[in-house]
Design a protein around this ligand. Structure first.
Ligand code: SF4
Ligand code: MG
Length: 460
């Protein structure tokens, strides 16, 4: 998901809509904005894309106020229904509270069971709602104390933006798995999942919110709180590989440059003789450029993407996912005929897209198809906010690399190694005892306890 927040701006909701538009790649199912206009909170949420939901001037006029938060949703927890669309909002004894969440809580089901037993009435099925009930029942006075009380009970990955009648709040989980950045625009403060959401409104990037940090922005300015003991950061490495936009900077690293370096490392790790390097667009493009430069094989756009179709992976149902692949890509046969092709993509999940693309490139007359993947094999699901399917559907959990090559139908298949990925990210290798990133979908080493998973299994 994508989150955004702005404090002290005459066009708070408009800037939020623009920020969400820049973060559209992080969630395309639904979006929402909550603003505060000094007397009341105003909210609008709907299914669909930001540009469609917030295009009506009438609707935007009603989102009055000088501060606002917004959210782009793609579901990693809870059904695709309107009452799950964020920001969530609750009237509490201290006033209104709105919250938008990127990530996934790994003990939300356990907490929900306990809260329900104590009388909490849930209105949605999202994991995020436990935060509101934990705050409502907290033995504390101020909003901030209540929020900290709630944060100390939740486990998982989260970047939150939250809004009260006097504060904009941003929080990152203690390991900093999901990104969150701080920016300014004149006298306004901004919080956003990625720097590309600052760029779109001409805001200046100030810094990343630190892992375990809470920032509270009010009329007096910005305060930084540290509710958690300091821990070593475990930023999601998949944000660099696929999820974030290539024009964003995360923790001082350009996502685009990181992808190019991963592509170069991939070429270094396994020499391949070929005539062309062709990216699977758009996600494979930066890695393919890095690969082509390193291997000294020409980069060509051998597959053309139709931009009027959303990301196939993110669409929630299988039928749409399959249709999407056919709608989305076409091979450039004039270029590919008779050629030995290196196909570069960012990752393989189910393998269905890859199999169709390889088949398409062969149909277009390619002599050989060598698939190179700018991530290690995705063998494990993500429980921290990226919507990977169940382990049983992951191609790399079902087959070894040769078996995967056979399933996909390519002549050879190679993935970047774990250490190669870390080298590309600027480390000598993966620190086996204390990895520098979360890489659990590749290694199976989950840095945050999976309470609901473990309890779920023991109940069955
Ligand atoms: Fe990112 Fe993978 Fe960790 Fe999920 S499991 S947070 S996708 S690195
Ligand atoms: Mg892709």
């Amino acid at each position: 998901c994508g989150v955004f927040g702005i404090f002290n701006n005459a066009d708070a909701a408009k800037h939020t809509a623009l920020g969400l538009h820049a973060l559209q790649h992080r969630g395309q199912e639904a979006a929402g904005i909550v603003s505060y206009d000094d007397t009341q909170f105003n909210a609008y949420r709907d299914a669909g894309h930001v540009g469609d939901i917030f295009s009506s001037p009438e609707r935007m006029r009603r989102l009055e106020g000088h501060c606002a938060i917004g959210h782009n949703r793609y579901s990693t927890s809870g059904d695709t229904v309107i009452r799950n669309v964020q920001p969530l909002f609750a009237e509490m004894d201290f006033g209104g509270f709105a919250v938008a969440h990127n990530g996934n809580l790994t003990n939300a089901r356990k907490l929900r069971r306990e809260l329900v037993r104590r009388g909490s009435l849930f209105q949605s099925t999202t994991d995020t709602e436990v935060v509101i009930h934990l705050m409502a029942t907290a033995p504390a006075h101020t909003v901030i104390e209540r929020l900290i009380h709630a944060l100390k009970q939740i486990e998982g990955a989260y970047s939150f933006t939250a809004l009260t009648d006097s504060e904009l709040i941003g929080v990152r989980d203690p390991l900093g798995v999901r990104p969150l950045v701080l920016g300014t625009l004149g006298d306004s403060y901004i919080l956003a999942s990625e720097t590309c959401a600052l760029d779109i409104i001409g805001a200046d990037f100030v810094r990343d919110i630190e892992p375990g940090e809470m920032v509270v922005i009010d009329k007096e300015g910005l305060r930084s709180l540290r509710p958690f003991p300091r821990q070593r950061q475990r930023m999601c490495v998949f944000e660099y590989i696929y999820f974030s936009r290539p024009d964003s900077q995360i923790e001082g690293t350009s996502v685009y440059e990181a992808r190019k370096r991963i592509g170069a490392e991939l070429a270094r790790e396994k020499e391949t003789h070929a005539d062309l390097v062709v990216p699977v667009p758009d996600s494979g493009v930066p890695a393919a450029i890095g690969y082509s430069n390193q291997a000294n094989i020409p980069f060509e756009l051998g597959i053309v993407r139709n931009h009027y179709v959303g990301r196939t992976f993110i669409e929630p149902t299988d039928s749409i996912r399959h249709l999407g692949v056919k709608l989305k890509h076409n091979a450039n046969s004039a270029l590919l005929r008779g050629k030995r092709v290196v196909l570069v993509d960012d990752s393989i999940v189910r393998g269905t897209t890859s199999a169709k693309i390889v088949n398409m490139v062969r149909q277009a007359g390619a002599a050989e198809v060598h698939m190179r993947i700018a991530a290690p094999p995705t063998r494990h699901p993500c429980f921290y906010g990226i919507d990977t399917p169940d382990e049983s559907e992951l191609l790399a959990a079902r087959f070894d690399v040769d078996g995967m090559a056979e399933e996909i139908g390519c002549d050879t298949l190679a993935f970047i190694s774990d250490d190669g990925l870390y080298r590309a990210m600027g480390y000598p290798k993966r620190n086996a005892l204390q990895p520098q990133f979360c890489d659990a979908c590749f290694t199976g080493e989950y840095p945050i306890r999976l309470t609901d998973q473990v309890e779920g299994e023991s109940r069955q």
